[in-house]
Design a protein around this ligand. Structure first.
Ligand code: ADP
Ligand code: ZN
Length: 721
C-alpha cells in the first residue's frame, strides 16, 4: 500500500487519504499519525471501499507522519465500530474513539515516577501536611493523583517530596498482571449448575457465535456457573470480558473471582487512573490480559483474542449510555460476539423483555437455573396496602414493617429497606410563602441531603448549603421537607426502633471500592441491623443473615409512566426481594403500595413472573413498541430557549412522510431544562420493516443548525425525560 484511507478521530472531518512514505509498512487497522494543517491527528487505516471519500490525486497527498506502537485494530472490531455507528446514527469517529480510550496507551512502552510515603517526618508538621499524610497512607500514585486523593495542592506534596517524606518509585507502565489460573480452586457445582456450565463450556470450545440467556432466580449461583466457561476460555488461551452494570458492585465479585482463579481480574471503568488505564488497555490489545471486568465502556477495547463475553445483570438500564454515542452495551456485546464468532452469556434473574423475546423466537438459547443454590428458599412476598395500613402522621413505614424489623432485631437478623431516592427529602418548600427550591440549571427540585446539610440537584450536581431562612420571604425556620428519601427513612427507623443500628447505603456513602468493602464487612460482622438503600443494594450482595426486605414505595417507579415503567419496577422489586433469605433462614418481603391491584404488584405478590411478562409482551405488541416495533428519539437542545425551539420546529416541519413510521413532536421535553440547556423531543415509532436509521440520516443530514444547537439521536431509547 502506498496510499491509504484513514478514519481520523475528529467527528467533523470525513475520511482522509494519505501517502505512505518509503520504508513505512502499514496494515489495515493500524493507528497512525495524520498531518492535518499544522497539527497531527490520530487516524485509523480503514478499508477504502468501506469508507467513501473524495479521490484526491496522488500528487496532492501528504505523507503519514508515523505509526503508533500498538497492534492494528482487528477487522472484526472495525466491523463492530461500523455497525455501532450505523445502528445508533453516530459518527464513526466518535465510536472509534471509544476503542482508543487511553491516550497514554498509544505512546508505547514507558515508565513513570510515582510517589509513596517513606515513613519519614517533615521538619514542620503543619495540620495540612498531617492531614495529607494521613490521607496518603497506603497510596502510591503520581503527584497529581496524590494531590487529588489528599485534597491538597501539588505544591504541598512537592514540599513533602523535597523533605523526603514522599519517596519516588519508578514504575514500568506495562508490567504484567498476575496469571489467572483456570484450575486454582475446584468448586463443587450443583446438578443444575453443572448442566448449565457444561453447555456454556462446550460453546466456548466450539469457537462460534452462540448467544445465551442465563435465566436464573436470585441466589441460584449464576456467577459460579459462568465461571466455568470463563475457566474453559482461559485453558484455551482466550481472553474473557465480563460486563457488570455498576462498578460499585464489583467488590463482592472480585472477591469471588480471586477465590476461584487465584488473582484479581483486570479492571476497566471510567475512574481508573490514567496509568492503570494505559496498562489495562495495552495488555488487552497485546492479548496478555486474560479476564477483564468492566463497565460498559470495556466493550470497545481492542481485545486480541476474545473468546467469551458475559453480561451480568444484563437487564440493567445502566448498560445504556445516555450521552455521546447512545448505545446499549448489552446489544452491542451480542454483535461483538457475532463479528468475532464466540459465545455470549446474558445473565439475569429478571431478563429484559427484549432478551426473553429473543429466547422465545429461538435466536438466544435459554439456560435456566430454577432454584436457589444450597437449598435456600425464595422469600415469601406480602403486600402492605398503605391505604389500609396507614403509617403514623409524618411517617412512611406501616406498623407491620416496623414490627417485622423489630422481630429481626430480637433474633439478631438483619433487614433491608429499599427506596430509590437519595437524600432526605425530594422537595423542600417554605411553609410561610410556598417557595420551592428548584435547580437553576434543570427542571428539577433540589433534594435535601441532611448528612451534608446541602440542597443538591441529582441531574447536574448543583448544590447549595441548606439555608436557615427562606430565600424568598426571609422567614426563618420555615422550611419543610416533603416526601421521604433514604435518609429520612433511616431517621424514622432510628426514632421508632432506637436500639437498631441503621446504615444508609447509596452512591453517596458507598462511593469508592474501599467504602463498599467496609460496608460489606460491617454487615457480615453484624454491626448493622437495618440497611436503608437505593437501587445500589438491589443486586450483587449476598448477606445470609438478611431475612427481611421492605419496599418502602413500590409505586414510585410507576409514576413516570413510560413504556418500561412496569418492567423496571418488576425488576427492581424482584431483585431487592432476592436479597432476602439467601442463607439457611427463610426470607420475607413486604411491599408497601397504594395500588395493590396494579398488574406488576399483583404479579410480584403471586410470584408469577410469566404472567407479568406475557401481559407486558401483549401490551408492547399492541403499542408497536420494542421489540415488536422500532423507536427512536430526537433530542434538540440549546442554551438559548428560542434557538432550541426554532431548531426543533424546523426538524418537525421537514419530517419525512414514510409509510409505517409515525413521528410525534416536537414537544418540550419533560426535563425541559437540563444542565442549562433547553430541550425539545421528537419520538419516532415505526414498524420493524422500516429502515429507521436511513430515514433519520437522510432527514437530519439535510438540515443545518446554529452552532449552539445540539441534535442527539437515541435509537431504542430507555429514557424519555
Ligand atoms: P445469583 O447471582 O444467581 O443471585 P450468586 O452467584 O450470588 O447467585 O450465588 C448465591 C450464593 O451461593 C453465593 O454466596 C455463592 O457464593 C454461593 N454459591 C453458588 N454456587 C456455589 C457452589 N457451587 N458452591 C459453593 N457456593 C456456591
Ligand atoms: Zn440541576
Amino acid at each position: 500500500m502506498n496510499r491509504v484511507r484513514c478514519l481520523v478521530l475528529n467527528a467533523a472531518l470525513g475520511p482522509l487519504d494519505y501517502k505512505v512514505p518509503d520504508g513505512m509498512r502499514v496494515e489495515l487497522g493500524q493507528v497512525v499519525e495524520c498531518p492535518l494543517g499544522p497539527r497531527t491527528v490520530v487516524g485509523i487505516v480503514w478499508e477504502a471501499e468501506r469508507l467513501p471519500g473524495t479521490d484526491v490525486p496522488a500528487e496532492k497527498l501528504r505523507n503519514l507522519r508515523g505509526l503508533y506502537p500498538i497492534p492494528p485494530l482487528p477487522a472484526p472490531l472495525r466491523r463492530l465500530i461500523e455497525w455501532t455507528a450505523d445502528y445508533y446514527v453516530a459518527s464513526l469517529a466518535s465510536v472509534a474513539r471509544m476503542a482508543l480510550s487511553s491516550g497514554g496507551a498509544l505512546k508505547g512502552p514507558a515508565s513513570i515516577t510515582e510517589y509513596r510515603l517513606s515513613g519519614g517526618m517533615p521538619e514542620r508538621l503543619t495540620p495540612q501536611r498531617q492531614a495529607a499524610m494521613e490521607a496518603l497512607e497506603g497510596e502510591q500514585a503520581t503527584i497529581r493523583e496524590l494531590a487529588g486523593i489528599a485534597g491538597v495542592s501539588e505544591g504541598v506534596l512537592r514540599g513533602l517530596v523535597n523533605q523526603g517524606v514522599l519517596e519516588p518509585v519508578e514504575v514500568d507502565c506495562d508490567r504484567p498482571y498476575d496469571e489467572a489460573r483456570p484450575d486454582f480452586a475446584q468448586i463443587e457445582l450443583s446438578d443444575q449448575q453443572r448442566e448449565a456450565a457444561g453447555i456454556f463450556s462446550e460453546a466456548v470450545r466450539a469457537e462460534k457465535f452462540a448467544p445465551f440467556l442465563l435465566d436464573g432466580v436470585t441466589g441460584s449461583g449464576k456467577t459460579e456457573t459462568y465461571f466455568e466457561p470463563v475457566a474453559e476460555a482461559l485453558r484455551m488461551g482466550r481472553q474473557v470480558l465480563v460486563l457488570l452494570p455498576e462498578i460499585a458492585l464489583t467488590e463482592n465479585f472480585l472477591h469471588r473471582f480471586e477465590e476461584r482463579f487465584g488473582t484479581a481480574p483486570v479492571l476497566w471503568h471510567s475512574s481508573l487512573k490514567s496509568t492503570e488505564r494505559r496498562r489495562a488497555w495495552r495488555s488487552v490489545s497485546s492479548g496478555e490480559a486474560q479476564v477483564v471486568v468492566g463497565a460498559r465502556s470495556a466493550l470497545f477495547l481492542p481485545f486480541a483474542n476474545l473468546g467469551l463475553i458475559v453480561v451480568d445483570e444484563a437487564h440493567e438500564t445502566s448498560f445504556k449510555q445516555e450521552d455521546g454515542v447512545r448505545y446499549n452495551a448489552r446489544d452491542v456485546a451480542v454483535m461483538r460476539a457475532h463479528f468475532e464468532q464466540f459465545p455470549i452469556i446474558l445473565a439475569s434473574a429478571t431478563p429484559a423483555l427484549e432478551s426473553l423475546q429473543m429466547a422465545e423466537s429461538g435466536i438466544y438459547a435459554k439456560v435456566e437455573l430454577p432454584s436457589r443454590f444450597g437449598g435456600a428458599q425464595l422469600p415469601g412476598i406480602d403486600i402492605v396496602d398503605l391505604t389500609e395500613e396507614k403509617p403514623p402522621q409524618g411517617m412512611w413505614l406501616a406498623q407491620r414493617v416496623v414490627d417485622g424489623i423489630a422481630e429481626r432485631l430480637e433474633r439478631g437478623e438483619q433487614s433491608l429497606l429499599f427506596l430509590n431516592r437519595r437524600g432526605y427529602a425530594p422537595l423542600t418548600l417554605c411553609r410561610h410563602c410556598g417557595f420551592r427550591f428548584q435547580c437553576p440549571n434543570c427542571t428539577a427540585w433540589l433534594v435535601e441531603h441532611r448528612f451534608t446539610r446541602r440542597l443538591a440537584c441529582h441531574h447536574c450536581g448543583h448544590a447549595t448549603p441548606s439555608p436557615a431562612a427562606c430565600p424568598e420571604c426571609g422567614e426563618p425556620d420555615c422550611l419543610v421537607a416533603c416526601g421521604p428519601g433514604v435518609e429520612r427513612i433511616a431517621d424514622e427507623v432510628a426514632e421508632r426502633l432506637p436500639e437498631a443500628r441503621v446504615f444508609v447505603a447509596t452512591s453517596d456513602t458507598l462511593n469508592s471500592p474501599g467504602r463498599a468493602a467496609e460496608f460489606i464487612a460491617a454487615v457480615e460482622a453484624k454491626e448493622i441491623d437495618v440497611i436503608v438503600g437505593t437501587q445500589l443494594v438491589t443486586k450483587g450482595f449476598h448477606f445470609p443473615e438478611l431475612t427481611l426486605v421492605g419496599v418502602v414505595d413500590a409505586d414510585l417507579g410507576l409514576e413516570g409512566g413510560d413504556l418500561r415503567a412496569g418492567e423496571r419496577t418488576y425488576q427492581q422489586v424482584a431483585q431487592v426481594a432476592g436479597r432476602a433469605g439467601r442463607g439457611s433462614k427463610p426470607g420475607e418481603v413486604l411491599i408497601q403500595t397504594r395500588h395493590p391491584e396494579a398488574n406488576v404488584i399483583a404479579a410480584l405478590a403471586a410470584g408469577d413472573r410469566d404472567a407479568f411478562y406475557s401481559a407486558e409482551t401483549e401490551m408492547r405488541r399492541d403499542a408497536g413498541a420494542p421489540p415488536f416495533g422500532r423507536w427512536a428519539s430526537i433530542i434538540v437542545s440549546s442554551e438559548d430557549e428560542t434557538e432550541a425551539r426554532e431548531a426543533a420546529r424546523r426538524i418537525g416541519d421537514t419530517r419525512p412522510d414514510v409509510p409505517d413510521c409515525m413521528i410525534l413532536g416536537p414537544a418540550p421535553a419533560p426535563m425541559s431544562l437540563l444542565r442549562g440547556r433547553y430541550r425539545y423531543r421528537l419520538l419516532m415509532n415505526a414498524r420493524r420493516s422500516v429502515q429507521l436509521q436511513d430515514v433519520i440520516r437522510q432527514w437530519l443530514g439535510r438540515l443545518d443548525h446554529p452552532p449552539g444547537v445540539r441534535v442527539a439521536v437515541d435509537v431504542d431509547p430507555y429514557s424519555f425525560v
